[in-house]
Design a protein around this ligand. Structure first.
Ligand SMILES: *Cc1c(COP(=O)(O)O)cnc(C)c1O
Length: 379
C-alpha cells in the first residue's frame, strides 16, 4: 500500500470556477478575489480580509503596515516553518525567540516578558499544527508593553480557543493557501484585521503601494493613480481566488473528516511506548492541520526512513529554526538554547492527514509506526 503524505481537496466545482475565470477577460485581482475575501471575513467574523500571494508575504506586509523595521525586535517561536522568522528579517527587524510549551509546542506566553527590551515592537505567535496559542495572555502582555500582535495562522483558519477565534485578539492574522494547507490554491495567502486604516494601507502595500487597483481601472473610467507609499507585488489573483471560494464553503466539512482521522490516530497511537502526542487543550477547537508524533530523540531519523520504505508519506514539521545554518551563523545560536523546541524538532514526524484518507490507510500507518518504533525500542 502506498500512502501519500497529502492529497488536496480540489473538486469539479472548483475546477469549473477556475474555468469561468479563464474564460472571462479578467485574470488578476478583481471581483473573484473580493468574493473570496468577503467569504473569509465572514467565516472568521472579522472586518477585513486582504488576499495576497502567500502567508510569508502576508507576515511581511503586516510588519511594514505596523511600521516595524530596522532596529526593531519581534518576539516569536523557534518551533515553526522558517517563513515566520524570515518575514521579520525581510522587514529588516530582528527575530527574538522564546521557547515553546512542551505539551503543545506553542510559544510559551509566560516566557515572553523576559525577552522584552526597549527595542521590542511586536509578538508573532504561531498556532502550531492548528492549535491556538494562549491569545488572551499574549494580548494582555502586548497591551502592557504597547506591542503589536501579528498571528501566524497558516495552520489554523478553523481554530478557536477559550471562546476566541483566530485573529480576534491579534492586530492582524496571516493565512496560507500553500499546496499542503487545509484549503489551497497551490500558492496563496491572506491577512485578516479589524483595523480599517491598516486594511486600506495593506491593500496598497500588496500592489506596489499604489492607490488604485487594476480592478478600479478596469471597472471604472480611467483615473490617474498615485503611489503614496513603497509597496510590494503581493496581490492574489482571480485564478487563485476561484480555486478557494468553493473550498472555503466546505471548510468545516473538511475539518470534520480530518478531526475523525485524528481521533482514530490518537486511539491507535495514544498508548504506544516511545510515541508522544501533543496535547489538545479542553477549551480549544484544534484546526487539525498536522498530526505529529514525537519520538525519543535519536530514534526519529531511523523511523522516518523505515516508514518511507513502507511507502508511507511523512514529513518533519519542523527542525527548530534557531539550529538552521543561517540562524546559527548570523545569531550564534547553539544546541541547548531552546530545549523544548529542540526536543520536538529532534523527535517529530508528521503522518498523513487529509479528508480523503481511508480508515484502512490509517490502520496501515499506525501498524507500521508500532512495528518500527517497537523494533527501534529493542522489541
Ligand atoms: C506554510 C507556512 C508558512 C508560509 O506559508 P506560505 O504561504 O508558503 O508563504 C508560514 N508559517 C507557517 C507556520 C507555515 O506552516
Amino acid at each position: 500500500m502506498k500512502i501519500e503524505f497529502f492529497k488536496h481537496n480540489i473538486d469539479d466545482r472548483d475546477i469549473s470556477n477556475v474555468n469561468s475565470v479563464l474564460e472571462s477577460i479578467f485574470l488578476t485581482t478583481g471581483q473573484v478575489v473580493k468574493d473570496f475575501e468577503d467569504g473569509l471575513a465572514q467565516y472568521l467574523a472579522c472586518r477585513h480580509v486582504i488576499g495576497v500571494t502567500s502567508c510569508t508575504a502576508a507576515l511581511h506586509l503586516c510588519l511594514l503596515a505596523w511600521d516595524i523595521g530596522p532596529g526593531d525586535e519581534v518576539i516569536t517561536t523557534p518551533m515553526s516553518f522558517c517563513a515566520t522568522s524570515n518575514s521579520i528579517m525581510h522587514a529588516g527587524a530582528i527575530p527574538v525567540f522564546v521557547d515553546v510549551e512542551k505539551d503543545t509546542g506553542n510559544l510559551d506566553a509566560e516566557r515572553i516578558e523576559e525577552k522584552i527590551t526597549d527595542k521590542t515592537m511586536a509578538i508573532m505567535p504561531v498556532h502550531l499544527y492548528g492549535q491556538m496559542c494562549d491569545m488572551k495572555r499574549i494580548r494582555q502582555i502586548a497591551d502592557k508593553h504597547g506591542l503589536v500582535v501579528i498571528e501566524d495562522a497558516a495552520h489554523c483558519i478553523e481554530g478557536c480557543r477559550d471562546g476566541i477565534r483566530v485573529g480576534e485578539l491579534g492586530d492582524a492574522a496571516c493565512f496560507s493557501f500553500y499546496a499542503t494547507k487545509n484549503i489551497t490554491s497551490g500558492e496563496g495567502g491572506a491577512i485578516s484585521t479589524n483595523d480599517h486604516d491598516k486594511a486600506e494601507l495593506l491593500r496598497m502595500l500588496r500592489s506596489h503601494g499604489i492607490d488604485k487597483s487594476a480592478g478600479d481601472r478596469y471597472t471604472k473610467l480611467y483615473q490617474h493613480w498615485d503611489m503614496p507609499v513603497l509597496g510590494w507585488k503581493y496581490n492574489m489573483d482571480n485564478i487563485q481566488a476561484a480555486l478557494l471560494v468553493g473550498q472555503l464553503k466546505r471548510i468545516d466539512e473538511l475539518w470534520e473528516k480530518r478531526n475523525a482521522h485524528w481521533t482514530t490516530y490518537e486511539e491507535q497511537l495514544g498508548r504506544v511506548t516511545g510515541v508522544e502526542i501533543l496535547k489538545t487543550l479542553p477549551d480549544a477547537r484544534h484546526a487539525r492541520h498536522l498530526f505529529t508524533i514525537i519520538l525519543t530523540p535519536g530514534m526519529r531519523d531511523n523511523v522516518l526512513l523505515s516508514l518511507q520504505r513502507k511507502e508511507i508519506g511523512v514529513a518533519v514539521n519542523y527542525r527548530a529554526i534557531h539550529l538552521l545554518d543561517y540562524y546559527k551563523k548570523r545569531f550564534g545560536y547553539k544546541e541547548g538554547d531552546f530545549p523544548c523546541a529542540e526536543k520536538i524538532g529532534q523527535g517529530t514526524i508528521s503522518l498523513p492527514l487529509y479528508p480523503a484518507l481511508k480508515t484502512e490507510e490509517i490502520d496501515y500507518v499506525t501498524a507500521a509506526v508500532r512495528e518500527v518504533v517497537g523494533s527501534s525500542n529493542g522489541g
